[in-house]
Write a protein that binds this ligand. Structure first.
Ligand code: SF4
Length: 63
């Protein structure tokens, strides 16, 4: 399964990723990934959040 990560230096805490995929991201002072691994049914939502993030702070973890 895939893992997602946030570059905290880039994140501006806009909240977009949480609004797109609240099962994966939670945003407080900075966005956090709240799951260890992204389940198959949430991969598409994470892809969408990656595309939507204004600062390109979200990436997949390279295995
Ligand atoms: S969409 Fe990007 S900048 Fe906005 S809270 Fe999520 S990770 Fe941070």
């Amino acid at each position: 399964m895939k893992k997602a990560q946030i570059n905290e230096e880039k994140c501006i805490a806009c909240g977009l990723c949480e609004s797109i995929a609240s099962d994966v991201f939670a945003v407080d002072d900075v966005a956090q990934v709240i799951v260890d691994e992204v389940s198959e049914e949430l991969v598409e939502a994470v892809e969408e959040a990656i595309e939507a993030c204004p600062t390109e702070a979200i990436t997949w973890v390279e295995e």
